[in-house]
Design a protein around this ligand. Sequence first.
Ligand SMILES: Nc1ncnc2c1ncn2[C@@H]1O[C@H](COP(=O)(O)OP(=O)(O)OP(=O)(O)O)[C@@H](O)[C@H]1O
Ligand SMILES: [Zn+2]
Length: 563
Amino acid sequence: MRCIFCLRCVVSAFLQTPFEIILRALHTGPCSNISGTEWTKPSGFDTGLKVFNSLTKQKEPLILAREGVATWYSCGPTVYDHAHLGHACSYVRFDIVQRILSKLFGITVIHAMVITDIDDKIIKRSWEENICSTVIASMYEEEFKRDMLSLKVIPPAVYLRVTENVPQIVAFIDRIIKNGHAYTTQEGDVYFDIKSIGERYGKFGGAADSQPEPGSHKRDARDFALWKKSKAGEPYWESPWGRGRPGWHIECSTIASTVFGSQLDIHSGGIDLAFPHHENEIAQSEAYHQCAQWANYFLHSGHLHLKGSVEKMSKSLKNYITIKDFLKSYSANEFRMFCLLTKYRSAIDYSDGSMLEARSSLESISSFIHDTQAYMKGQLQCAPVQEAFLWERLAEAKSSVLKALAEDFDTARAVSAVMSLVHHGNRQLQPVSKSGEGARSPAVFAAIVTYIRDVLDVFGIELLHTRVRVYDHSGSMEGVVEQLARFRSQVRAFALARHESATKPGLYPERIPLLTACDTLRNDLAPLGVILKVFGLCKQWPRVRGDYGVGLFFRSWILGSSP
Ligand SMILES: Nc1ncnc2c1ncn2[C@@H]1O[C@H](COP(=O)(O)OP(=O)(O)OP(=O)(O)O)[C@@H](O)[C@H]1O
Ligand SMILES: [Zn+2]
């Protein structure tokens, strides 16, 4: 955008037609001394965090317009098919980033997301299925929202549908035309005039200007549709340019501006959206608001690929795994851990192998927490621990996690710091077979466990009520313990049988050693966390009850059995 005060803008204005000069002079905003695609550091409140800004392709200090509040707009899905793991990956990763901002750094994130419920692909699908496009869109929109909830993604403050914002979109386009940055065609289309913003176009790359194809009504091949005349049989809305529907990019500019006004702190989406979608959003929004920098930070997540595939997982390529199918084999926590193990910006390979790696990281943490609890309860006897050393490791982990997350949300580094803490904790928990009177250090383990849970909670992983399926793939430990308890109960019942002799009623003396052995087994199992108890008048064979923890030996299993 140009202003009428600086030499550069005035000179370049003289190169325009008189009409354009007047139009632009009437609609100028503040000159920001920005030329081309240069980024200006925003003024406002420095959070002390660094984020990788796609606008500058480097890490920048995160400065927010309002203290303690981040305005955040994200592009939502085009709802014409099932949500897949690519979507899951992008939205879970940004959910984690938003949780870090709010839960760790105390920033209130106001998040708005668009649902693209009108688009060429939705119309095509509705024709293929012979179902109205509104039905197709609402069906997949609901499914998307359900899937996000099942992945524990915190919903945005507001979801906005394109079809419910068409009057706002029409008004938005109208103003861009009046500001001299768009033109209408005889056919009833409206195009954005890329040349009108000169060197400001191309923040995320893009093609050089070129001649439009023969038969096209565009002035420049890069010009893109703001409004498309509807073809026969397509849904349409009335507009000053005739019946039609919004182009793809304009919905985001309009809806983000409707919610947040002329300025936005953060805008996010998958990396495929950087060009042309975000490039065009910027062009439109800055043309509408007549401002030099509409969104200050663009955060782009890397793509999820099926391992070995160069293509990203996508609806149009039909190479996807739906979220619902995925959740039949893995949990939401496991998917989160899978996402945490890489930076949100990196491409990520999906395979059973990478999921098992994520599962095993979670299991190591769960196992440590359960062992620690057994230790704190006195069920696990250990050699004396180096308490001061552990307090130091805890302080070190806290500082590393904070540093990693403040540096462009480096979750992989943060998880590695947590795993290192787990490793040191495990090394100190050296079980000894005999219960001794040695010094115990429950407080430091309680502090470590509390801290690990807090970090996981920031990431949206909650292990408290989770049954972890440690032994699913290697035989059921639960089953082994159950068999053992059953065998002991049978032996005990045999030992307790009384003989019928009238002269010497009572136990068979030769069976008493069996009773002693049963007692010894019960006592020996207790420090390992396996408690054998009677449940009321239960006459059935023992059943495993209570919580099935993890860890090879130490868990709080309560077995219904005669003591
Ligand atoms: N494989 C993927 N990895 C990471 N993010 C993805 C992936 N696929 C889509 N996304 C992101 O999900 C959001 C919604 O995407 P969209 O609805 O366009 O999905 P899509 O499957 O790519 O659809 P299409 O194939 O029609 O382009 C966007 O931010 C997009 O970047
Ligand atoms: Zn968008």
